[in-house]
Design a protein around this ligand. Structure first.
Ligand SMILES: Nc1ncnc2c1ncn2[C@@H]1O[C@H](COP(=O)(O)OP(=O)(O)OP(=O)(O)O)[C@@H](O)[C@H]1O
Ligand SMILES: [Mg+2]
Length: 252
């Protein structure tokens, strides 16, 4: 279980998280939505300890990660797969080396044959069989995204954080990415957090959806509860209307 309590984070004078509370239950897929710049990626980075809150607590499996010494934090980070927004591949490494990076550095697999098999399997799952030796610079944006996805799942983590997994991916491949997220949950029991602007994807993969607004969670509920939420802020966001309480300047 992942539990965020009273998370507060300021960058210079800008308050990004203002006492954010959210619990993600084991085995659940939680989708986080909200306007660009509202702090979704910042929230994910707090969960794996890449950012530290000014106030508040991040608990992973009942451990407050702020109290962990660096080595133990690294140990805990091994439970996570992270698809960074924009994929963030190592450009000087082949696709295979990108995907196997965590397997090697965390000493999860040592036999080359096993590593090769795992890389091939992950590439197959994201629909990119046989591109092991390509360099990231030679791939399209959607392919890079899927290589990032393959890397996120390679170590068979208990938790996967996906930051915009379908952005820049064509609709057919988006559908395959949604299936992959659902399969990771159903077949492997993975707990996932998905940040997305893609409401089709949100409704497809989510057990629950949390909408962020002004540094807090405005509403959390099942896809049906969110669709029917009377809150005008939620309705305006999910219907993508320019008219309503959310203004154009307002980054929520
Ligand atoms: N390391 C940082 N230093 C300073 N400001 C930061 C840092 N990381 C994020 N911010 C700021 O915090 C705010 C929230 O950023 P964040 O990346 O979480 O937005 P987001 O909700 O993921 O947006 P998008 O949907 O566009 O990806 C932004 O104003 C951003 O500029
Ligand atoms: Mg983001």
């Amino acid at each position: 279980m992942i539990k965020l309590t009273g998370l507060y984070k300021k960058f210079n004078k800008q308050e990004v998280l203002r006492s954010l509370d959210l619990t993600i239950n084991t085995g659940e897929t939680m989708v986080i939505i909200g306007r660009s710049g509202c702090g979704k990626s910042v929230t994910l980075k707090h969960i794996i300890g890449l950012l530290k809150p000014d106030q508040g607590i991040v608990e992973v499996d009942d451990v407050n990660i702020a109290t962990l010494p660096p080595l133990e934090l690294q140990g805990l980070q091994k439970k996570f797969g992270f698809l960074f927004q924009g994929a963030a591949l190592f450009d000087s490494m082949t696709v295979a080396d990108n995907i196997s990076f965590g397997l090697r550095t965390q000493h999860l697999l040592s036999a080359e044959k096993q590593i090769r098999e795992r890389v091939a399997e992950c590439l197959r799952l994201v629909g990119l069989e046989g591109i092991e030796n390509s360099m990231p610079a030679d791939l399209s944006g959607g392919m890079r995204k899927r290589v990032g996805l393959a890397r996120a799942i390679a170590a068979q983590p208990q938790y996967i954080l996906y930051d915009e997994p379908t952005t820049g991916v064509d609709p057919i491949m988006s559908d395959a990415v949604n299936d992959l997220i659902v399969n990771m949950k159903e077949k492997l029991g993975v707990t996932s957090i998905v940040v997305t602007h893609d409401m089709v994807s949100a409704y497809t993969v989510a057990d629950r959806i949390a909408m962020m607004y002004h540094g807090v969670i405005q509403q959390v509920g099942t896809p049906d509860e969110i669709k029917q939420a009377p809150d005008p802020i939620v309705q305006q966001f999910i219907t993508g209307s320019a008219k309503g309480p959310i203004t154009l300047e307002d980054r929520g």
